[in-house]
Design a binder for this molecule. Structure first.
Ligand SMILES: [Fe+2]
Length: 205
């Protein structure tokens, strides 16, 4: 079977040697991410197959509905992992520099950068599995931090993800005990690629 038009390819990320997030964790995490890419492609293929004859037959409706419902989970699982890996790097600075546009927008939105971080870390420590994401509203340029349950519940439509932190247990369980999520969050902040975060900002005022 040929690769269907528009199917997704698994991206590679060179993250070996991060502080406090082991290569073993990353290898396992890359495999999980690869699963989301494969499942996204598979769902699209299965939906395309149902649509092949140009209609959705009544007996196909339950399968079609279930496949479509899963798109939110698999698509978001794929893209959020890509954002997460891409906003990490080896040899990162602990905070964005004074000239960082992300830092400036955080100061505008929260009064100061420290308060933005208190809120983001607070979101990351919330019980349950999911994501802490700093989103930017493209209309007001304001930054707000959001809790995303699983991968698909809580994302704000049209908002730009600037900083994405995975807080599913698989993101840190090989390095820290389940109750030590705060230590993982500290490790995450030791590896943030702030220049990538700046590049994700909405341009213009
Ligand atoms: Fe993950």
């Amino acid at each position: 079977m040929t690769t269907p038009h528009g199917s997704y390819k698994t991206q590679t990320f060179n993250l070996s040697g991060l502080r406090g997030i082991s290569d073993k964790t990353l290898e396992m995490h890359f495999k999980l991410y690869d699963g989301y890419v494969k499942q996204t492609n598979l769902l699209n293929e299965q939906i395309a197959k149902i649509l092949e004859d140009g209609k959705i037959d009544q007996e196909e409706t339950p399968a079609y509905s279930e496949l479509t419902r899963r798109l939110g989970f698999e698509y978001n699982g794929m893209v959020l992992h890509e954002h997460y890996f891409a906003n990490l790097k080896k040899g990162a600075d602990p905070e964005p520099g004074k000239s960082s546009s992300f830092r400036q927008v955080c100061e505008d939105s929260f009064g100061d950068f420290k308060t933005w971080k208190v809120d983001f870390v607070g979101v990351g420590k919330m019980r349950g599995v999911g994501w802490a994401i700093a989103y930017q509203d493209p209309r007001t340029r304001r930054v707000s931090n959001h809790w995303i349950t699983l991968h698909e519940v809580g994302n704000v439509s049209g908002f730009r993800p600037l900083l994405v932190m995975d807080v599913w247990e698989h993101a840190y369980l090989l390095d820290y005990a389940p109750a030590d999520r705060p230590k993982y969050i500290e490790a995450f902040f030791a590896n943030v690629d702030w220049s990538t975060v700046d590049q994700r900002m909405v341009s213009g005022r």
